[in-house]
Write a protein that binds this ligand. Structure first.
Ligand code: GLU
Length: 490
């Protein structure tokens, strides 16, 4: 039997959940679901100053909202917990004691000032700054002296000099590093808390992670982690570093380009299906030309050998287009739910509506589904239903009403509409046709003046849908007001 695939997503809860984090989580999740493996969610909270419980909650909520679940980890538990690094200090300590006893690690008593001095002098000599091993071979007397001074030691890993360290990366191929450029690095800080490069190895190993899929930013950490694997005698997982995300100007994606937190997109009314589809395409593509797909389809198609090495560009226009495509596919009910908070915010509803008013609101909202790319665009698309004040969009629009046939069309239309037993899409359409036929006009000669008198614009949603939503009274009011403004009398 082949080995079970085990992947993990290991965020640091130090701020708003980043879209890059969501992309890493997604690739891991797709891989696990594709191969029937397990996904672990581990919280790397060793940065005491910056980690917060709120950030952890935000990450978990975001993952759940996107529809990514995890088989083991915080909140759900599992056989290799705890899954929060600060709850694992005794585990790390056991391995640190072992490395110290074996002489593979040692205490370093250098103060931050001394280390900075060394760094500066190396830089001055044009050398790569790194720890030169001052505390590598301390005598018991030196140690006693430092201890007497009250210095708190950190623990450093003894890094063998002159070694090539090769990261076999599933996505990037072999990437070579030189151990001389690394130097003995800190694995446990003087406050007893392990560093990322150390804890991550112990955790990935004890949690039986088979594939470490993470962002390219971590590639330079990987040789350090390989050294820790070697020192501890642990079996190594497979690594895959997913490319950087760039802005459209091809510099690293940052707030300068637009929102980078998942929350910002959620608040603007992007939907999970759209975001997931877009994030999946940041570095991966299914075979063929297909750009719009569901997560179920992505699971079917996902494989790491279709994950690209070159950077992915975060194209906002593409995100909007993709999200819009998924919005079109939503059920009417789901679209309504997406709209409600935006409608409330715009003051178009309170949430207490019921009966005919609620039905009307739902129909109004439904008109926006084919027109928008994300929820925050809804109020603007339906604003005309909430106010009868509008201006002609430009002179060209106003000029439509000056055409010879316009007054006749509008007069005939109002008569037809008034005669209808009920205003709905079909009856209104029939009324349009009747006016056109009776007066032997072209379609444009009928639809344009109607559109302009009703909305002030030359383009917009379907008129036969709009008129029943305005109702007869408001339809007449809008038409007459526009004609008056244009100086046209019936
Ligand atoms: N805690 C690290 C981060 O959030 C995880 C890196 C890793 O996946 O190894 O960047």
């Amino acid at each position: 039997m082949s080995q079970e695939i085990r992947v993990r997503f290991a965020p640091s809860p130090t701020g708003p959940f980043h879209i890059g984090g969501a992309r890493s989580a997604l690739f891991n999740w797709l891989l696990a679901r594709k191969l029937g493996g397990k996904m672990v969610l581990r919280i790397e909270d060793t940065d005491r100053k910056r980690s917060t419980p709120e950030s952890e909650e935000n990450i978990k909520n975001s993952l759940r909202w996107l529809g990514m679940d995890w088989d083991e980890g915080v909140d759900v538990g599992g056989p290799y917990g705890p899954y929060r690094q600060m709850e694992r200090l005794d585990i790390y300590k056991k391995y640190t004691d072992q490395l110290l006893a074996e002489g593979k690690a040692y205490y370093c008593y250098c103060t931050p000032e001394e280390l900075e001095e060394e760094r500066q002098s190396l830089l001055k000599e044009g050398k790569m700054p790194r720890y030169m091993g001052k505390c590598r071979e301390l005598t018991p007397e030196q140690i006693a002296k430092y201890e007497a001074e009250g210095r708190k030691p950190s623990v450093r890993l003894r890094v063998p000099p002159n070694e090539k360290i090769v990261v076999h990366d599933l996505i990037r191929g072999d990437v070579e590093f030189d151990s001389n450029g690394i130097g003995d690095f800190v694995i446990v800080k003087s406050d007893g808390i392990p560093t990322y490069n150390y804890a991550v190895v112990i955790d990935d190993s004890l949690m039986h992670v088979t594939h470490v899929i993470r962002a390219e930013e971590h590639l330079s950490n990987t040789p350090r982690q390989l050294l820790v694997y070697d020192a501890l005698g642990f079996e190594k997982p497979v690594f895959g570093h997913v490319s950087l995300i760039l802005g459209t100007d091809h510099t690293k994606m940052s707030k300068r380009h637009g929102a980078t937190s998942l929350d910002a997109y959620r608040q603007k009314g992007y939907i999970p299906a759209g975001l997931n589809n877009f994030l999946a395409l940041l570095g991966w593509a299914p075979p063929g030309e297909k750009e719009i797909f569901t997560m179920a389809e992505a699971i079917q198609e996902f494989s790491l050998d279709r994950v690209a090495k070159n950077p992915a560009v975060f194209d906002f226009k593409k995100l909007d287009w993709i999200n819009g495509q998924h919005i079109r596919k939503m059920s009417a009910e789901a679209f309504w739910e997406l709209a409600v908070p935006f409608m409330k915010e715009a003051g178009y509803m309170t949430g207490d509506e019921d009966g005919a008013k609620l039905e009307w609101l739902k129909k109004v909202v439904a008109t926006a589904q084919t027109q928008i790319d994300y929820g925050a665009q809804i109020p603007e698309k339906v604003s005309m239903y909430f106010s009868d004040d509008f201006e002609f969009e430009n002179e060209e629009a106003a000029a439509v009403l000056k055409e010879e046939t316009a007054p006749m069309v509008m007069k005939a239309l109002l008569e037809e509409l008034k005669a209808l037993p009920e205003l709905n899409r079909d009856t209104v359409k029939a009324a349009f046709k009747k006016v056109q036929k009776a007066n032997k006009l072209k379609g444009q000669q009928v639809y344009m003046p109607i559109r302009v008198t009703l909305t002030g614009n030359q383009h917009g949603p379907e008129l036969a849908e709009m008129i029943p939503l305005f109702g007869l009274e408001r339809t007449e009011k809008r038409i007459l007001k526009s004609l008056e403004k244009a100086g046209v009398s019936l």
